[in-house]
Design a protein around this ligand. Structure first.
Ligand SMILES: [Zn+2]
Length: 281
């Protein structure tokens, strides 16, 4: 799933190309992607794009008085076209969710690989109308020390769970939470209320800031590959930790997995998810 650094890269790349341009047409490739009906999507045809921004992991295309919110889910992303294909779109076939045509001839697709269609687009007068946005916590790069300390102190959850909870702190997902906890030398299962908040927040700023810098001038097509290249533990089960040389381990769940370094993070111990173990017995 695209997280804060990747969506910021999108905002930078797409924003510099679309602001001041006009929407000429939108094509829907997957009906379920559109979560709102009023105002209708056609309302943006003819409008000038006034901005592009990010809330949490969502991309927002801004118009005067309207926001088009794009949420990518796990397998969704934006495909940029210098020349957008003008042929008819075949509904329900393939990854295309929404295609946006611009007056310049350029355009972009919100597309989603795989059979699960969870990416979403919402057209609203105010972004606060979208519940997932209204409930979004402070941004991971702007939350202050006191806010962060308070949210950790109030939680009895595992630190990994807290970092991924968008209502508590926005922008971090499975990949960058693994990276942050590795850099902070914290077990993903450590109780949040026992964690040194100030030290962890410095790591959060460092890891996300570095990733954002590495991705910032890339085209959307290159962002995912470069993201993967920059990861030290996430998705690297069985590989060698670049810090201590231990073998990177994982805990797997039904639909996802986390990676960590036993040498750096858990005093050499292997983690197991007890809930999972119980299910398997
Ligand atoms: Zn290590």
């Amino acid at each position: 799933m695209p997280e804060l650094p990747e969506v910021d890269a999108l905002v930078h790349f797409v924003g510099s190309r679309i602001v001041g341009d006009f929407i000429t047409r939108t094509d829907i490739g997957e009906l379920s992607i559109l979560k709102t009906a009023d105002p209708p999507l056609e309302a943006i045809s003819g409008l000038e794009i006034s901005g592009a921004s990010r809330v949490g992991k969502a991309l927002i295309i801004e118009f005067d008085g309207l926001d088009l919110m794009c949420r990518f889910a796990r397998a969704g992303w934006l495909i940029w076209h210098d020349q957008v294909p003008t042929g008819p779109v075949r509904m329900g076939k393939g990854p295309l969710g929404l295609r946006v045509h611009l007056a310049s001839g350029a355009g972009f697709d919100i597309s989603e690989a795989g059979t699960k269609k969870n990416a979403s687009v919402a057209l609203v007068h105010d972004r606060i109308e979208v519940p997932a946005i209204a409930n979004t916590g402070p941004d991971a790069l702007s939350i202050d020390d006191d806010q962060f300390a308070a949210l950790l102190a109030d939680s009895s959850s595992r630190i990994k769970t807290v970092l991924e909870d968008q209502q508590l702190i926005a922008g971090i997902g499975n990949a960058y939470s693994d990276e942050i906890l590795h850099t902070a030398k914290l077990s993903p299962f450590a109780p949040a209320d026992g964690v040194d908040a100030q030290a962890l927040l410095e790591v959060i700023r460092g890891v996300l800031g570095a990733a954002r810098e590495a991705l910032n001038n890339l085209s959307p097509a290159k962002v995912k590959t470069m993201k993967k290249r920059g990861l030290r533990v996430h998705g690297r089960t069985g590989q060698t930790c670049p810090v201590c040389g231990s073998t990177i381990a994982e805990v797997s769940y039904a639909d996802k997995s986390l990676q960590y370094c036993p040498g750096c993070q858990t005093g050499g111990k292997k983690l197991s998810d007890r809930r999972m173990d119980r299910l398997l017995k």
